[in-house]
Write a protein that binds this ligand. Structure first.
Ligand SMILES: Nc1ncnc2c1ncn2[C@@H]1O[C@H](COP(=O)(O)OP(=O)(O)OP(=O)(O)O)[C@@H](O)[C@H]1O
Ligand SMILES: [Mg+2]
Length: 315
């Protein structure tokens, strides 16, 4: 069962003085993905670590599944949370398989079930089990270590996943694949996921909601479309990047501005496509309109460049 996560006026002041997290309040609804974004040092990792009590807040309260995390036993809490650590943090003396099997082992799963789960997860993250099972972390590239870190967090199928830049060290193709996998996993399993990322494309692609932090404070929270359409200030706009409006088109389904009509001379876009894809198809074909093709092959309608521009300007 997925569980909501709630921050209520959470603050963290480290002993040496700095306020790393400052009166943070937000809710991650059960079964949804929240992306935490913001510049280096703004408190993302600290916020994540407070959820599984690697760091204790100095003020406020955090609830998981409606219960304050201090009233849950530490072991029980950690078992319900899969954690992908920034910079991976694999146990160096353990093999890949042992690293992935840590939590199932703690939970007392039968050996055969643990072995099967390890191979299943290695496949999932694109590492051939026979090749990688018995290697040690130092014999892996950074990206391979990162994939093992993701597999380890998923091992016991926890209802909540905390991911600190889980795909940061991967090449674009592998990153794309693992993002796809995460989307698939999420469709099937509906976990509550908090993901820290520096990559705005990743946040927009994966998250149901984005929380923007600056110097420990929440400056904006909303769906990717809401944040992209109306950043609250220049700081958020800069963070979203110069292609903010293109990203916005990426989050908008083509069916949203589709009108009747369409013919085979037009550029073509699939009914599952976004406005960005429609625009790219127009650029590639030198047309200012695109026919929307249904999965059955028929033309369902069309979109025009003017309508796409209007849809972005309206926000
Ligand atoms: N154990 C600690 N003791 C003192 N200060 C700390 C400690 N851990 C973090 N900080 C400080 O708290 C602030 C927030 O750190 P945090 O690791 O949460 O940032 P972040 O948003 O994850 O940054 P990055 O994107 O670089 O990973 C920083 O100013 C950092 O120096
Ligand atoms: Mg961090």
């Amino acid at each position: 069962m997925a569980q909501a996560i709630e921050f209520r006026h959470v603050s963290k002041r480290f002993d040496n003085g700095g306020l790393a997290v400052d009166d943070l309040s937000f809710v991650v609804e059960a079964g949804t993905i929240m992306a935490l974004v913001g510049p280096s040092g703004c408190g993302k990792t600290t916020s994540l670590k407070m959820i599984n009590r690697l760091i204790d807040p100095t003020g406020g309260e955090i609830l998981v599944g409606g219960r304050s995390i201090v009233s849950t036993g530490l072991l029980e809490l950690r078992r319900s949370l899969g954690y992908v650590i920034q910079y991976v943090g694999l146990f160096p003396h353990m093999t890949v398989a042992e690293n992935i099997g840590v939590v199932p082992q703690l939970l007392g799963w039968p050996k055969a079930r643990i072995q099967a789960r390890i191979d299943e997860l290695l496949d999932l993250v694109g590492l051939a089990p026979q090749e990688f099972r018995s290697r040690r972390p130092r014999a892996l590239s950074g990206g391979q270590q990162q994939r093992v870190g993701v597999a380890r967090a998923l091992a016991s199928d926890p209802p909540v996943l905390l991911m600190d830049e889980p795909f940061g060290a991967l090449d674009p193709i592998t990153r794309d694949r693992l993002q796809d996998e995460l989307i698939q996993i999420q469709r099937k399993l509906r976990k509550t996921i908090v993901i820290v990322t520096h990559d705005m494309d990743e946040a927009v692609r994966l998250a149901d909601r984005i929380a923007v932090l600056r110097a420990g404070k929440l400056v904006q929270i909303g769906s990717p479309a809401e944040v992209l359409a109306a950043p609250v200030d220049d700081f958020v706009a800069d963070l979203l990047g110069r292609d903010r409006l293109l990203k916005l088109l990426r989050t908008t389904p083509v069916t949203k501005v589709m009108i009747p009509g369409g013919d085979l001379a037009m550029a073509r876009v699939s009914e599952q496509g976004s406005l960005e894809e429609a625009l790219l198809a127009m650029l590639a074909s030198g047309r200012c309109d695109a026919a929307v093709h249904g999965s059955g092959g028929g033309i369902m309608g069309c979109v025009t460049a003017a309508d796409i521009v209007r849809s972005a300007a309206r926000r």
